[in-house]
Design a protein around this ligand. Sequence first.
Ligand code: AHM
Ligand code: MG
Length: 334
Amino acid sequence: MKAVKTLGQFIIEKQAEFPYAKGELSRLLRDIGIAAKVVNREVNRAGLADLALDNGFINIQGENQKKLDVYANEQFILALQQGGECCVVVSEESDEYIDIDSEISKNAKYIVAIDPLDGSSNIDVNVSVGSIFSIYRRKTTDGRASIKDVLQRGSEQVAAGYVIYGSSTMLVYTTGKGVNGFTLDPSLGEFCLSHPKMRIPDDGVIYSINEGYYAHFPDGVKKYIKYCQVEDVATNRPFKARYIGSMVADLHRNMIKGGIFIYPANASDPKGKLRLIYECNPMAFIIEQAGGKASNGYERILDLEVTELHQRTGIFIGSKNMVNKAEEMMRRFS
Ligand code: AHM
Ligand code: MG
C-alpha cells in the first residue's frame, strides 16, 4: 500500500528545491489550498443553498455575477489577507486591485491573481467549474505595492495553478519545476498527491472550441477546424470535438488525454474573451510546464505585454504539435 502524501507535506518537501526560500511561497500555496477547500464545500451544496443564482449585479466583465462567484472571490481574498504573504490581490471579479494593507502583510513579497470561479455559468446545471490562481513576485521595493507590480508578463509568474470542482475535486499547480496534481480526499479533508509530474501528450485527438461562433472566426481558425474534421488515418483524424464551456475542465481533460483548446479573437470579441492575467497566463504556464504550448495564434502567451488589469486575448493552448498546426493555419490564412 502506498503512503498518502498531502499537499501540505508535498509543498514543504519541495521547498528544499529552493535553497534560499524562507517558506513564504509555501505558506501562500497553503493559504490558497485552504480557500479551495472552503469554496469546494460551497460548490458542492450550491443547489441547496441557492448559491447558483444570479445576485443581481453585473461584474467588470459585463457578466451576471452569481452568488457563488462573489462567495469564492471573498474566500480567496480572505485567505490571502489572513495568510500575510500577499500584498496585492487582483481578481476577475473585482474592478480594481486590492491592496492588502495589514500589519501581518507589510513585508509581503507576492502578488496573487485569481479567477475565483471560472465557468460559473455552468454551476446551475451541475457541470464542472474551477478556480485559477497565479503568483508573481513584487517588483517595487519602496512603499506600498503598485499597479506596476501587477502588470507583469506571464513569463514572470513564480507559480500558478487551478482547482477543478468536478466528479472529484483536484488542485493542480506548478512552481516552474513541472506540474503536480492533488485530489481532495473528502474523508481526510486533504488534497492528496494523485497525479505526480503531469505531462500533456505532444499530439492529441481532441479539439475544444465553441463552434457555434464559426461565422465570426478568423479564416485561420476556420481552416484549422476543417483540418480537424478531415478523415486521415495516419494522423487519427477526424478528431473528437469536446467543449464543456469551462476552461479549467476543458484544459484539464486535454492535458490528460491530449488535445487543443481554442478561444480565438473573433469578429464579435475582437480581443478575445478570456482574460490574460486571470485565465490565460496561469493556464499557459501550467501547460508549458507539462510540455505543451500556448499562443495567441502568433505569439507565445507568456511573452505578451500586459497593459491593463482586465486585458483579454485569443488563446490556442494544449498539445504542442496541435498548437503548432493551428499557428501554421493562422499564419497562412489570417
Ligand atoms: P467566466 O470567467 O465568466 O466564467 O468566463 C470564462 C469561461 C471559460 O471557462 C470558458 O472557456 C468560456 O468562458 C466559455 O465561453 P463561451 O460560452 O463563449 O464559449
Ligand atoms: Mg473566468
